[in-house]
Ligand binder design. Structure first.
Ligand code: ADP
Ligand code: ADP
Length: 223
């Protein structure tokens, strides 16, 4: 499980993340919900090992990750703009994390087909990302994030670039995909509905601090 203990990140006089303690149990999904500028991205980047911590600890299964570089943490990241490789096919995009891990060609092809099925895009392997809609591109980005079966999936506003109706539909699919694969995930978002649909637990972030945390239904009902 992921545990944040009193994590603080400062940028000069700005305290972007202020003594945040949180945990995400294995196989569960936590949404960190808050307005723009409240510190969500910085929090996510801290977990990924992309920010210097001014205080506190990030631990995985009880091990302090201080000094463990990003690529050795075994986490995957997905952003608002999926950042697919434009000059590679959909299949090559999804296979990339497997290639990095020296997974053989046959196994890569098998996994890619399985992942395309999972995200609802069977047969899309030979397409170029630029020929896909925004929603399809995010599905491919999700498949690529899940390819190497990350210990933890970190999602930064994964659906925010999409229009409302598409976002609602994709949020439901995202929930199903995370549950069916048993993926442990932390998603940051400014969208209540998205957090409510996707996550088991919700933490509300304001000015760098966690204002409230609990089961999604309970936090949702609170005034
Ligand atoms: P959110 O993701 O919720 O929009 P951020 O984590 O991006 O919030 O930012 C939190 C605060 O930290 C903001 O005041 C932002 O301006 C500041 N901040 C974020 N990154 C940097 C940086 N690299 N240098 C200086 N200030 C930063
Ligand atoms: P710097 O060289 O900038 O001082 P550090 O050596 O402190 O950075 O950290 C190396 C990497 O590990 C950074 O990406 C940082 O975000 C991360 N990190 C530092 N301290 C901790 C900690 N206690 N827990 C988790 N990650 C940490």
């Amino acid at each position: 499980m992921l545990e944040l203990d009193d994590v603080t990140v400062r940028f000069g006089a700005t305290v972007a993340v202020d003594s945040v303690s949180l945990s995400v149990a294995e196989g569960s999904v936590l949404a960190v919900l808050g307005p723009s500028g409240c510190g969500k991205s910085t929090l996510l980047r801290s977990i990924a090992g992309l920010e210097h911590l001014d205080g506190g600890r990030v631990c995985w299964d009880g091990r302090d990750l201080a000094g463990v570089p990003t690529h050795e943490r075994g986490f995957a990241l997905m952003f608002q703009d999926g950042q697919l490789f434009a000059h590679a096919s959909v299949a090559e995009n999804i296979a990339y994390p497997l290639k990095l891990r020296r997974v053989g060609r046959g196994e890569r092809a098998r996994r890619v087909a399985e992942l395309l099925e999972l995200v609802g895009l069977p047969g899309y392997g030979d397409r170029r990302p630029t020929t896909l809609s925004g929603g399809e591109q995010q599905r491919v980005a999700l498949a690529r994030s899940l390819a190497a079966e990350p210990a933890l999936l970190l999602l930064d506003e994964p659906l925010s670039a999409l229009d409302r109706s598409l976002r609602d539909r994709l949020a439901g699919d995202l929930r199903e995909i995370l549950v069916s694969t048993g993926t442990t995930a932390l998603m940051v978002t400014h969208d209540h509905d998205e957090a409510f649909t996707v996550a088991d637990r919700m933490a509300v972030m304001l000015d760098g601090r966690i204002a409230q945390e609990g089961e999604t239904v309970d936090v949702w009902r609170a005034p």
